[in-house]
Design a protein around this ligand. Structure first.
Ligand SMILES: [Zn+2]
Length: 489
């Protein structure tokens, strides 16, 4: 069997273990052997990549993002998430399937070039259609990244009920005003169609997963039908959870309990479920999330950018919860470079109760944790025989790793992604010598610049209805005094 061999590299085989001077033998889409260099016999006809001076590491998984935002970087600085959402959707405009294709490809290339080999795209679409989702799947197929696409759907917004308690009108500012609502039966039919055509194609390089927008934006029926569809197809479910204090209040009004308990009562809290943000979990929620094996996707950059708060990561780690790492959409974070997330995850929780998050723990989130969110737990995140062959190879003399003593800490705290030389996904070299092997990067840069231009008019003169909607949500936030609410620590 012709193989791909990385010869004579060093390897971070797991987040805390480095092996020096090894050959990594890849057959098909899996790692066949990791052995001291020169020890094994190289299969004839193999593609041999010189690994001397390179560090191999498991490819990172960006477990939460929104690809349409790749042409909306730097949107709405200085706004809280609840208000920012209104601003972002109010100025993004409509996306054709071709627009979606370009934005998804741009994010995928940014990820691949910086050593991220897989992504979970919680895909909002304006309007939400099957052709739009298929354009995104095509973009991921074309560049070779491993990807799960979760079509984002919402059918109600329970924020209206909380506003009504204060006699406030939030019409025009509800999620269902910002993006077209999708009724439960339609959402289920669209998901079924995409699953039938795309799920688990290409050796599970592409997946389709269920993507209810979030607890406060979905009816019980929508949540239940999507979860049921996911169960029938043995795929994952992903959603936003408790990003802000306002969402916490809305969910408590809806369920008479926390959002986490509400989800559990509906039977959604399970090992197939990933929960983006989870900033406003209380101690009971943390125990329950850990017990059910649901995966929390930590998005530190977006949470700080939008003033949402700091997710209780040390408490979740203490409880034994599974944690992944995400960039979130580029309109809030403002790139798809996972090194930023690694560094923040390894910094922002430190000293809390004299607890620390190590570089190795952050790497575990970015690799094995993300694999779990993709339903590929145990198959990704280690460089070992039998694992899927998703790897990044970094220059040990590059500005990130040059001078580093302890590799896991150095990766999390010093590397920026500029040291990435080669990237392997599913056994295929998709980045060679710092260039994507399958994508015309110059043409893509022109296409994404066109997307930016296309949406600039809205960004420069925010439409009046959007400004009014932002003001309505801001008033609801101040009625609840949410600007000053802090999670008890
Ligand atoms: Zn998100």
């Amino acid at each position: 069997v012709p193989a791909l061999i990385i010869q004579g590299c060093d390897a971070l085989v797991s987040p805390a273990e480095v092996r020096r001077g090894v050959d990594i033998v890849i057959e098909g889409n899996r790692i066949a052997a990791v052995e001291p260099t020169g020890r094994g016999e190289l299969p004839s006809g193999s593609d041999v990549v010189a690994g001397c001076g390179l560090l191999a590491m498991p490819g990172m998984v960006n477990a939460h993002t929104h690809s349409p935002e790749n042409c909306l970087r730097g949107t709405g600085e200085g706004l809280a998430l609840d208000v920012w959402l209104t601003r972002m959707f109010g100025t993004a405009g409509a996306y054709s399937p071709d627009d979606h294709y370009v934005c998804a490809l741009a994010g995928a290339v940014e990820m691949l070039l910086t050593g991220t080999t897989a992504t979970l795209d919680h895909l909002w679409m304006t309007p939400p259609t099957v052709p739009a989702a298929e354009a995104v799947l095509r973009a991921y197929r074309d560049c070779g990244i491993r990807a799960a696409v979760a079509p984002l759907v919402a059918d109600v917004d329970f924020t209206e009920a909380l506003a009504a308690q204060h006699g406030l009108d939030v019409s025009g500012a509800l999620f269902t005003d910002l993006a077209p609502p999708v009724p439960a039966d339609e959402a289920e039919a669209q998901l079924e169609e995409l699953l039938g055509r795309w799920h688990a194609r290409d050796g599970r390089r592409l997946q389709v997963v269920a993507g209810p927008c979030g607890v406060q934006w979905c009816s019980d029926e929508l949540l239940l039908r999507l979860a049921d569809t996911a169960r029938r197809h043995d795929t994952a479910v992903t959603m936003h959870l408790l990003e802000t204090a306002l969402q916490d209040e809305v969910c408590r009004l809806r369920f008479g309990a926390s959002a986490v308990h509400g989800l559990d009562q509906l039977g959604l809290l399970s090992r197939r479920c990933s929960l983006a943000h989870s900033v406003w979990l209380d101690p009971d929620d943390i125990e329950l999330v850990a017990e059910r094996g649901a995966i929390v996707v930590h998005n530190p950059a977006a949470n700080f950018r939008l003033g949402s708060g700091r997710a209780p990561i040390p408490d979740l780690l203490d409880a034994g919860a599974r944690i992944a790492l995400g960039a979130d959409g580029s309109a809030s974070s403002d790139n798809q470079i996972m090194w930023t997330q690694l560094k923040l995850a390894a910094l922002v929780h430190n000293g809390d109760g004299d607890r620390w998050v190590s570089g190795a723990q952050a790497l575990e989130m970015a690799t094995a944790g993300g694999a779990a969110a993709l339903g590929l737990g145990g198959e990704l995140g280690r460089i070992e025989p039998g694992a899927l062959a998703d790897l990044a190879l970094l220059d040990e003399r590059g500005e990130g790793l040059m001078g580093v003593q302890e590799i896991p800490a150095g990766l999390a705290l010093s590397e920026t992604g500029r040291g990435v030389v080669h990237v392997v996904v599913d056994g295929e070299l998709v980045v060679r010598d710092g260039r994507c092997t399958r994508v015309d990067e110059d043409a893509l840069r022109t296409d994404i610049a066109d997307q930016v231009t296309k949406r600039r008019a809205y960004q420069e003169a925010v439409p009046r209805p959007t400004l009014e909607a932002m003001d309505k949500i801001a008033r609801l936030r101040s009625a609840r005094d949410l600007g000053t609410r802090r999670r008890a620590q």
